[in-house]
Design a protein around this ligand. Sequence first.
Ligand SMILES: NC(=O)c1ccc[n+]([C@@H]2O[C@H](COP(=O)([O-])OP(=O)(O)OC[C@H]3O[C@@H](n4cnc5c(N)ncnc54)[C@H](OP(=O)(O)O)[C@@H]3O)[C@@H](O)[C@H]2O)c1
Ligand SMILES: [Zn+2]
Length: 377
Amino acid sequence: MPYPYVLLSAAVSLDGYLDDTGPERLLLSSPADFDRVDEVRASVDAILVGAGTIRADNPRLLVNSPERRSARIADGRPEYPLKVTVSGSGDLDPAARFWHTGGEKVLYTTGKGAERARALGIAADVVPLGDALDWRRLLEHLHDVRGVRRLMVEGGGRIHTQLMTQGLADELQLVLAPLFVGDPDAARLFGPGSYQGGRLRLVETRPVGDVVLMRYEPTAPGTGALPSAADRHWLALACELAAQCPPSETAFSVGAVVVAADGTELARGHSREGDDPVVHAEEAALAKADPTDPRLAGATVYSSLEPCARRASRPAPCARLILDAGVRRVVTAWREPDTFVTDADGSAVLADGGATVLVLPEFEQRAKAPNGHLLGR
Ligand SMILES: NC(=O)c1ccc[n+]([C@@H]2O[C@H](COP(=O)([O-])OP(=O)(O)OC[C@H]3O[C@@H](n4cnc5c(N)ncnc54)[C@H](OP(=O)(O)O)[C@@H]3O)[C@@H](O)[C@H]2O)c1
Ligand SMILES: [Zn+2]
């Protein structure tokens, strides 16, 4: 299930357009910002654009700086990031610059699209993903088969919209250019769709020449068993909180965060917090939330360790406290080992109570790190 870190990158006009409708590509970024984009490209394993962008802009998508390319090689990476595109139709121009510049290329497409692309002689590794293109399968393939850990997505609007509405973007790097397009037929950055609710977190603003870079992180938890990129951010925070616990020889160090469906943090906690030598992370966090808060029903609890199913020090285990609070979604990094109790199966208690439990094993090492002295006993 691990996906690459997905970074969306786009420049928009003051009225929110990605381009105009003229035959030439509209230059929205400043020269200084093109250099910043080059730096970001040099930092990633792969760059993805949609087939629409290849048709409209005929881009090369290279790392232009020779120093940055040399640094990649010195780091043991390919000179250029992998170039990735998606097309349902497979109807692509085999002479487009995308295929004939830079390093390796992959085309993700449908079964029919693959036939068409092969017939056209597209110079890329053509990967059919069935009748329809599934972004999660695509990201998994990039991660597992191509070894991509950081993916930069450079548009266009239809690609950005799908990744954002499906909760798959880890970060949005948006550049606001000081000009207007004013043409309702021009491409917009984000189209209609059901976006996961709430506000994104603003992590940076920076003037770059005459444009402004804004970096945002989505915050909304995923729904049901489908993880969102924000789920990974919140679980990473729970693992950081675990590292802040006072050490113990008799209990695990765990961090927990309670997050509403719109991405608002409701509470956080960690084991043995404050003056309580036995309090568990989920218990500490839930104690800070208002029990009458209606947002708890749609909230997700992130816990670095699976919530406990039984405990001696308190009447109710954390799995029960979570259900009693009305929470029905839990994301954790690590199933509880039987170090202190046997058959610790908080997930079963939660599932019996109607909650969805998601384990993201890529965080297991981080969750275990503050507990190394307790493991292998
Ligand atoms: N300002 C910027 O930062 C920036 C950056 C990039 C692009 N742009 C602009 O954006 C415009 C292009 O945007 P766009 O929205 O038209 O095109 P796009 O998002 O680049 O590509 C859309 C195409 O990708 C394929 N695709 C997307 N989702 C798919 C799915 N779920 N299943 C199968 N195929 C899928 C389809 O290809 P097929 O049609 O082949 O099936 C679709 O037509 C251009 O005007 C370009 O200049 C601006
Ligand atoms: Zn507990």
